[in-house]
Design a protein around this ligand. Sequence first.
Ligand code: PMP
Length: 441
Amino acid sequence: ISKLQTYFLSHSLQAKMSKPVQARRLEGLDKNIWVEFVKLAATYSKVNLGQGFPDFPAPDFLTEALSRALGGGNHMLHQYTRAFGHPPLVKVLAQFFGKLLGRELDPMTNVMVTVGAYQALFCCFQALVDEGDEVIIIEPFFDCYESMVKMAGGTPVFVPLRPNPPKDGKLMSSADWQLDPAELASKFSERTKAIVLNSPNNPLGKVFSRGELGLIAELCVKHDVLCISDEVYEWLVYDGKQHIRIASLQGMWDRTVVVGSAGKTFSATGWKVGWVVGPDRLLQHLRTVHQNSVYHCATIAQEAVAQGFQRELTLYGKPESYFIQLPKELQQKRDWLVQSLDDVGMKPIIPEGTYFLVADISQFKSDVPDVPNSDEPYDYRFTKWMVKNKGLAAIPLSAFYSEAHKNNYTNFIRFCFAKEEATLKAANDILQKWKQEKTSS
Ligand code: PMP
């Protein structure tokens, strides 16, 4: 290699390295709670109640539908389908959600199928949020909302659910976490483009009441604000509570995009089939994002999900319906975990819905002491300590808060109870053993 070649080689390399490679819109978004905690759980956990996925099987009718789609002789199910959703799936979704929302839906313009609810959310933010727009996010929130708003050039504006512990010493419920109406109203301005609503809420399990939804709806109408309504846990509601769809409230259909997930609906998170339902005036822009990024989602999975919904449409409201059976089973699992945690003094906040419950760890400071002025929030250190020393994986609650508010919520962790009875028993064994060690030391 000649001197000249060396000269050109080093100069061309330097030239390449002097340009920033990262797009500005990704600044500050490189750290991700899931990447870090999923890895920790994989390395150390004996019982993983961290990430939100069931460890029990998806229902037979769904896996059988997939087998039929594979072996049924229609080889076209292995090819591309319609970009905005496989026709049988958008048709049944339009029928199903039309019934729930009490309006006629056009499968071609009011429904779009996405790669999980994640991509549905991505399409919403890319299609509807501009540089300088503000988007209101209710804390605690599913963490990707903030990053997605920022990637679209928008500014997230946070408003917290504020806990009001019951005075009678009873366990808190997710219903005790509420918006302050004046505080919420103060966040709406000329610059507000949209609000993100997630009911039932991950991580608290809060199911917003009609009154709370009415307040949000009123503010959206008054300020001409859109609503991105993440309803992936719509069927997972307990104690006879009712999930109310904000799109069904007055003035809201025309300004709401409803996001759903077959992963959560049919306990098959790995399938990554999601959807949006909404008015064409909004969905037409989501279609532009979708057709220029992902284009469409796996045909065969869409075919099987379509059959799953067909079954549920026929059984709607009947005891055999999966949408009736699943929440019943999950409520039982919730109650087991509530009892296990309460028994060891890790006070659970009883969730009204979802896969999750949040527990108070403030009585565990003798196991994992506070480090004043540490860069790492207490709940992060606690969760890492717990998975490494006890083999039990959970997720710190402050991961679901903005940087500015994180430090107010570092005494809670989130558990997922969408698990087999044996998994929840194993978690109980770990907690009981821990309790015994505490009392004997
Ligand atoms: N929204 C919320 C509130 C969620 O909890 C999740 C999954 N954890 C999603 C959206 C993403 O759903 P999917 O797996 O269908 O992409």
